[in-house]
Write a protein that binds this ligand. Structure first.
Ligand code: PHE
Length: 525
């Protein structure tokens, strides 16, 4: 703390305009908060806020409003908070809509993130909450050149139905495209206003980037891997020959399933992060701050605007209408996913009602598969990362934690859209069979090592009914704006009220936006 004289204190204090925060800031008593953390001046003077849903948005809103002196109650239909932030461990139970009960039978200490699992390094709101609440993060290895690609039925090439290491395809395609470009340069086939010197520079770049030989041809490189890796004594290693370009193309490996764009997108560029011990560590950390505010097993049945506030009717899941309870408050924050809101009686404006009906949600599924041993690490040298395929399973995610330990849980599928719907419509046993059958094509060790599974189809998970909001340019233009306006004293919040849909940062930023809006209104009263 900087020491200041009494006189200085009085002079500086007299310059202040009433904000406690600015006051202590100007005195150098606390460091300035980073732009992404929420520090608002003023006080909510005990105004009552009813928050619907204890997912990330509801938790963060309760936490921030609580800091400002609001009296919050969070109604949560489930007997757990976190919503789509959910880590499945031994004993976790779930019964999907129309499904049978599932109980996770995993070893103690084993887990997988059934919902959110990775945090982009630029999602400051998430990272700053982890910092503020003391949630340790580790690297989530989203990209791994040693993982596999497996394409089947996409063409007649020799590589069809064969698994490739990601590095083989990456480097072969990079090499051949560099070679094609180099040839076009040599034949002056590129109509670019370039000096000789520019051309030489580009050529040097292509050679380095594509691993071209001095004759500018691609003939494979160490980057794509070895038949026998180098070792001690007289073993210099034996390079693997490259796949032929035409075989790659005719085997379907130039098809969209295998594009790298997923890894290169802004959200998925390394470094990605994840909490040590499971994504629900973030939820537990918020619970420590707001637990007394949460009413569990409180299913919202009616959402009503009153003259100066809000009224919410709720009951225990399955309880008949007569057993309902009612809460009134000054403001409401409704974080329920839109497909859930479709089934709740409400008197939202017609614009909000239309958005509730027309904004679509993605279908998405995951299965956790526990194996006796980490064969992907022991046999295949895969430590974290993702294998990709055109089969229904779409991808296999390897754990980025506890390397070299004995057992592990793989995410045996993580799919979207039509494939997620198809797999989600299967019985639990059929989902497991499909994951094992298709996964065995990439990892023949599956049948030998498999122990138990737990699967989710998010479109069927009660109180979520979807993976995340998916806007088209049309629904964004037509329906999104209505969700951003206060409706009486209700505010809609959640990832669906952001441009960061499908990410935890969308929830946090929308929580902040809502807290600012409510507090702004109260401060002006
Ligand atoms: N954020 C989610 C994930 O990391 C959903 C998502 C998938 C978003 C792919 C964009 C692209 O998987």
């Amino acid at each position: 703390m900087k020491s200041i004289t009494r006189r200085e204190f009085i002079t500086r204090a007299s310059l202040l305009t009433g904000s406690g925060y600015t006051a202590v800031l100007s005195l150098g008593l606390i460091p300035e908060a980073p732009a992404h953390s929420l520090r608002l001046p003023g006080n909510g003077t005990g105004k009552k806020v009813i928050i619907l849903g204890a997912g990330l948005t509801g938790l963060a809103a309760a936490y921030e409003l609580g800091k400002l002196g609001y009296d919050c109650t969070v109604l949560e239909a489930r007997d757990r908070s976190g919503g789509r932030i959910w880590t499945v461990r031994n004993g976790t139970r779930e019964t999907e809509v129309g499904g049978s009960e599932q109980v996770a039978r995993f070893d103690e200490g084993q887990y997988f993130n059934a919902g959110a699992t990775r945090i982009p390094h630029h999602h400051q709101s998430v990272i700053s909450y982890c910092r503020e609440l003391g949630v340790p993060l580790e690297t989530f290895n989203n990209v791994n050149e040693a993982a596999y690609l497996y394409g089947e039925g996409l063409g007649k090439g020799k590589l069809n139905g064969q698994r490739l290491r990601v590095r083989e395809l990456h480097n072969d395609l990079r090499g051949y495209t560099a070679e094609l470009l180099a040839k076009a340069f040599d034949q002056q086939a590129l109509d670019l206003p370039m000096t000789r010197e520019d051309q030489e520079k580009i050529m040097e770049y292509l050679k380095a980037e594509g691993g071209l030989r001095t004759d500018k041809l691609y003939r494979g490189t160490a980057q794509r891997g070895y038949l026998n890796p180098p070792g001690a004594g007289d073993n210099p290693g034996k390079l693997a020959p490259p796949h032929e370009l035409m075989e790659i193309i005719r085997s379907g490996y130039a098809d969209p399933y295998f594009y790298n764009t997923a890894d290169y997108t802004y959200e998925q560029q390394m470094t990605m992060l994840t909490p040590v011990g499971g994504m629900d560590r973030i939820v537990r950390a918020f619970e420590k701050k707001v637990a007394p505010r949460i009413v569990y097993r409180a299913e919202v049945r009616e959402i009503r605007k009153t003259e100066n506030g809000v009224r919410v009717v709720y009951a225990k899941p399955g309880e008949p209408a007569g057993a309902e309870k009612e809460l009134t408050g000054d403001f409401g924050v409704c974080t329920l996913p839109l497909p859930v809101l479709r089934e709740v009686a409400n008197d939202f404006s017609s614009g909000v009602q239309r958005a509730i009906d027309f904004v679509e949600y993605n279908r998405s599924g995951k299965i956790g598969l526990q194996f006796k041993r980490r064969f992907w690490e022991e046999d295949d040298g895969i430590f974290g990362g993702i294998s990709r395929t055109n089969l229904d399973i779409t991808q296999i995610l390897y754990p980025s934690s506890d390397y070299l330990s004995r057992k592990g849980i793989l995410v045996g599928y993580y799919n979207f859209g039509g494939r997620a719907e198809k797999v989600g419509d299967l019985s639990l046993a059929e989902r497991e069979r499909l994951a094992l059958e298709q996964g065995s094509k990439i990892h023949p060790q599956y049948p030998q090592e498999f122990e138990s599974s737990f699967s989710l189809a998010w479109q069927k998970v009660r109180y979520s009914l979807g993976g995340w909001a998916t806007y088209t340019p049309e629904t964004r233009a037509r329906h999104y704006p209505a969700l951003l306006e206060p409706d009486g004293n209700f505010y809609l919040a959640g990832e669906h009220t952001s441009y960061l849909t499908a990410w935890m940062a969308g929830s946090f930023e929308s929580a902040h936006r809502t807290v600012k809006a409510i507090h702004g209104r109260v401060s002006r009263q």
